[in-house]
Design a protein around this ligand. Structure first.
Ligand SMILES: [Zn+2]
Length: 150
C-alpha cells in the first residue's frame, strides 16, 4: 500500500475509534514528507465542514504559515466532495490522490453522490490508489456505528 495512503487510513481509523466523525483521513505531503494529517471531525466539532481534507488543509497552512499550498500533494482516503474540492482549489493544491470513490462513500450512507451530481468530471491531477483497502474503513465504521450518532 502507498505509505502516505496508509497513514491516511490510520488517521481515518483513529478518528472512527475516537468517534470524531466518519471514516475519512487525509495527509498533506510536501517534498515527499508529511507536513500535516487529519481526520473527519464533524461530530467532535459540531461542524459539517470539518472534513478530513479541510482539517488537514488548515493544519498544513498553519504549519507552513501560508494560504498557498501549491507544491503539496493531498492524500485522502475517499474522493473529495465538492466542498473539499473548492478548499483544495482555494489553497492551490493541484495533486490529489484518493482511495475510495463516491460509490464507496455511498456504501457508508454518506451523501457525496447527492451533492456531486455533474461534479464528478475528470481532473488530470487527481489519481486513485488502494481502493481495495477501503472496505477496511467500512468494516471499522460499521462495527462501531451504533455508538456513532451521525
Ligand atoms: Zn469533503
Amino acid at each position: 500500500m502507498n505509505k502516505f495512503m496508509e497513514t491516511a487510513y490510520k488517521e481515518a481509523l483513529d478518528g472512527v475509534c475516537k468517534k470524531h466523525g466518519g471514516p475519512f483521513g487525509a495527509v498533506m505531503v510536501k517534498d515527499n514528507k508529511i507536513i500535516a494529517k487529519g481526520h473527519n471531525e464533524v461530530l467532535l466539532r459540531h461542524d459539517p465542514t470539518a472534513h478530513a481534507e479541510t482539517v488537514t488543509i488548515r493544519k498544513a497552512c498553519k504549519k507552513l504559515n501560508t494560504i498557498d499550498l501549491s507544491g503539496c500533494v493531498l492524500y485522502v482516503t475517499s474522493k473529495p466532495c465538492p466542498m473539499c474540492k473548492g478548499a483544495i482549489q482555494w489553497s492551490r493544491i493541484k495533486d490529489v490522490v484518493f482511495s475510495g470513490d463516491y460509490e464507496d462513500a455511498k456504501k457508508l450512507d454518506f451523501d457525496d453522490l447527492l451533492f456531486s451530481d455533474g461534479f464528478d468530471e475528470e481532473d488530470d491531477h487527481w489519481s486513485q490508489v488502494d481502493q481495495e483497502h477501503f472496505d477496511k474503513l467500512i468494516n471499522a465504521f460499521e462495527s462501531c456505528r451504533k455508538e456513532i450518532k451521525y
